[in-house]
Design a binder for this molecule. Sequence first.
Ligand code: G3P
Length: 217
Amino acid sequence: MKLFVDSGNVNDIASLVPLGIIDGVTTNPSLLAKAGGEPRVVLKEICQTVKGPVSAEVVATDVTGMVREGRELAGIDEHIVVKVPFGKPGVQACGTLANEGIRVNVTLVFSATQALLAAKAGATFVSPFVGRLDDIATSGMELISQIVDIYENYEFGTEVLVASVRGPIHIVQAGRLGADVCTCPPAVIEALFKHPLTDIGLEKFLADWEKAQAAKG
Ligand code: G3P
């Protein structure tokens, strides 16, 4: 399973990349607004840092605007994947951009039928938001399971990119269901490294070693 960082913060991304476990980045207008700076400059820097797919979202709401903006975003760097929000304009723009060879991530997906339409439009990635579904007492992971089944049944090449991840358990569940990608806030990726038994175990190994060295004199 690929791991993407869900962030617009270059420093946060740059601190994770050397670990060698980051395959890409997803941004959205909220994340880029929070990061500050000129969005195109920030996106270019992120692309050069991660050297993997970097989703950059259009803010136009009509087909013509989405396609124009998508082409501009794709021109920033070869790693850019154009993100379009689900809806009639987004699906149509996805088809046009995909036909031009531009990779598209259809975002704000909350149902299996939306994911089906995104795949039919030639999306490279589909982004179902699991956390926001959990927030309204609906199972985000049930949606992932449905999408994975449908894509497998018809051999769609669209990758299931689990978004709105809130904690490590989402990554475990997504992996068991065969999702292609999980995009995670930096704090969730940090949490993957933590286990109290690892810390306790290492402390004991080192203490035993020290004791043995001291006994040798
Ligand atoms: O990039 C989209 C996404 O992952 C949103 O997450 O936490 O705002 O629901 P969240």
